[in-house]
Design a protein around this ligand. Structure first.
Ligand SMILES: Cc1cc2nc3c(=O)[nH]c(=O)nc-3n(C[C@H](O)[C@H](O)[C@H](O)COP(=O)(O)O)c2cc1C
Length: 205
């Protein structure tokens, strides 16, 4: 079959995007309002961008009625955020923070997520996350308008937290110890349990 995503209603096109481009890592993003009210939400349109400068990105789509999500609203006023990676034992809590709470109501409190202060930015850090990236907004690129339009947030990583118990014998994070979840289509998720290696071609960087 072939599909013309641009001819489908936005929600239908979205369903095809998320059920084909997978598994997607999840950025659990902490922000704060100008008056200090914390916000936490998951975003699976998320990727690493570059090591020099150290950049990552995630996409905060507009809401179904075309408004910016609270995360984006906060980033426009306080351009700092923290991306946390989500292990299996935090999957339920992460999902609970996707609840559409009124602006200013804390998903930390709503989902019972413990927070600690960050070192270099104002938003709170999720205490139970094995990896966290404290970021400053580098740029926000908007694509489209209205419901479903994309706001691509590029963040410069200022400080990375890695819990030592996820490190392997080579001193780098061990995927099995991280036990991160990835988002699939619908309400499905994957775990990084079945791991295999493939030798790189000779001369590949
Ligand atoms: C696993 C997961 C991944 C999600 N990924 C995205 C995403 O990439 N972009 C997006 O706009 N919303 C995504 N959402 C929905 C947002 O988390 C949800 O709209 C949330 O209420 C936004 O919070 P905020 O208004 O506090 O920013 C995702 C939800 C879940 C559970």
């Amino acid at each position: 079959m072939q599909l013309d995503l641009s001819a489908l209603p936005a929600r239908e096109a979205h369903a095809w995007m998320i059920s084909t481009i997978l598994p997607r890592p999840i950025a659990w993003v902490s922000t704060v309002s100008p008056d200090g009210r914390p916000n936490l939400a998951p975003f699976s349109y998320f990727q690493a961008v570059s090591a020099r400068p150290p950049l990552l990105m995630f996409v905060a789509a507009n809401t179904r009625d075309g408004r910016p999500k609270d995360t984006l609203r906060n980033l426009r006023e306080v351009p700092e955020f923290i991306v946390h990676l989500v292990p299996f034992d935090q999957a339920e809590a992460m999902n609970a923070t996707a609840a559409p709470l009124p602006y200013g109501e804390s998903e930390f409190a709503h989902a019972g997520v413990s927070a600690v202060p960050a070192a270099r930015v104002r938003p709170l850090r999720v205490a139970a996350a094995p990896v966290a990236f404290e970021c400053a907004v580098e740029r926000v690129l908007a694509f489209g308008e209205g419901p479903g339009a994309a706001n691509v947030v590029f963040g410069r990583i200022l400080l990375t937290h890695v819990r030592e118990d996820v490190l392997g014998p080579d001193g780098r994070p061990d995927p099995a110890r991280l036990d991160l979840v990835g988002r699939l289509g619908g309400e499905a998720y994957a775990r990084t349990r079945e791991i295999f290696t493939v030798a790189r071609p000779d001369g590949a960087p």
